[in-house]
Write a protein that binds this ligand. Sequence first.
Ligand SMILES: [Zn+2]
Length: 252
Amino acid sequence: MSASLTDWVTAHPAPAVFVFGLVTAVATGLGALPFAFVHRVSGRALAFSNAVASGLMLGACFGLAAEGTRHGAGQTAAGGLAGVVFMLLTQRALAGHDLQFGPATGESARRMALMVIVMTVHSFSEGVAIGASFAGGLALASLVTAAIAVHNVPEGLAISAVLRPRGVGLAACAGWSVVSSLPQPLMAVPAFLFVEAFRPALPYGIGFAAGAMLFMVFVELLPEAYEAAPRPAVSVVTSLALVLMLLVQRYL
Ligand SMILES: [Zn+2]
């Protein structure tokens, strides 16, 4: 870490926290890049795209469960239940509307909207984690920010895997990926300024994120994948993506 950056962070901690959060948000957009050459695809490719997104999200849930239970197992479980209930209510609320998402309408548009919502909601607790980490000093904050930025790339990939095969443009995939991570800079600043107030809420938020993502995987993404591709093949692709996400979290 260069001395001038350290000086700047020390002199202006709140804007620095925001900038650190913004870096993680922009990193999410990188996840769209592998889809640069993918246009509208077959039902089978959509199924495997769903499987990739599912594996990446399941891997993220492992990380969230490990992190949340460090702060409190009961609170994490309660948060997880709240995340599932939130998704049930959101699903019901969306069902009543004639949605349009990119070029898609109906069921496909609803699924894309749910994907963006679930990934956006799950970013809140990560923003709090960034802000709270500044209380432990700049070195810790840099480490946490880098870890979240790296883990955001496959999350952008997961979002793009759901949006791009349904006809959403590459720039829009990157844009929605960044949007889904905007709660990170927005939550990091209040979490930094009022760290003692936010800390007890952290395991609930982490559990909430995991519950909402599990719901998305098991209720939306995998059932759709099973319709267009053989179950064993979907399971293999999901498992490989899950392992990839675990390795990213463990070694990067
Ligand atoms: Zn995440």
